[in-house]
Design a protein around this ligand. Structure first.
Ligand SMILES: C[S@@+](CC[C@H](N)C(=O)[O-])C[C@H]1O[C@@H](n2cnc3c(N)ncnc32)[C@H](O)[C@@H]1O
Length: 200
């Protein structure tokens, strides 16, 4: 694990106890709507405290949730016990997924690619473990397409990343392309800052 990864992991371990109270980034309705598209064998990357778990539909056979923060995983365990589908949680780095190629029908991420230290490597790993014909569902916040707002986000980012561990100015659309993935559907949820994406 790189030094940067260790640093971000420590930050998430630190904020885990207050994460649910402070995090209002994603509405439950957005989670429910996106997860209605999930099916089969699912990998959720950066599962955090398990906020998505109540919303998985019955066409999902099993969810494997990974996160590099043991403290976040511990909180997700409580959600996993009440989840409508079977769940297994594993401590793992998104940049080095310990799964064979083509293992999952659906890969889910929610507010994760703002934090993964090397987002392109993380996205390449997702591509590798996705079965041919599978789908990637993402609910992510990213740098605004608005020039002035984007610059403001760049200026505020160093402070935010220090406190929270998340970058507010990630160019996620570009990262997806560089990782060799294609956006099939895009829905802007809050201007260009929060988006729901379906990739293949
Ligand atoms: C902002 S939280 C979002 C949590 C959850 N997905 C949600 O919707 O509430 C980001 C999560 O990604 C995890 N994370 C960031 N980088 C990671 C990496 N390289 N490998 C595994 N998990 C990572 C963090 O530990 C944290 O739990």
């Amino acid at each position: 694990m790189s030094k940067q990864t260790e640093l971000i992991k420590r930050r998430y371990n630190r904020i885990a106890p207050v994460f649910n109270t402070m995090d209002n980034m994603i509405r439950s309705s957005w989670r429910r709507e996106m997860l209605a598209k999930a099916e089969g064998e699912v990998l959720e990357v950066g599962i955090g405290t398990g906020a998505n778990l109540p919303f998985y539909p019955s066409k999902v056979t099993h969810v494997t949730g990974i996160d590099f923060s043991p403290k976040m995983i511990k909180l997700a365990q409580k959600e996993a016990e009440k989840a409508p589908v079977p769940v297994k949680l594993i401590e793992m780095d998104a940049e080095e997924l310990d799964f064979p190629d083509a293992s999952f029908d659906t890969v889910v991420t929610a507010c994760v690619f703002c934090s993964v230290p090397d987002p392109i490597q993380g996205l390449k790993e997702i591509k590798r473990v996705l079965k041919p014909g599978g789908k990637i569902l993402m609910l992510e916040h990213m740098r605004s397409d608005n020039t002035a707002l984007g610059k403001l986000m760049d200026a505020a980012n160093p402070l935010i990343v220090r406190i929270w561990g998340a970058n507010i100015n990630r160019k996620t659309m570009e990262n997806i392309q560089v990782a060799g993935l294609k956006v099939k559907q895009e829905k802007q949820l809050m201007g260009s800052i929060r988006r729901e994406l379906t990739l293949k």
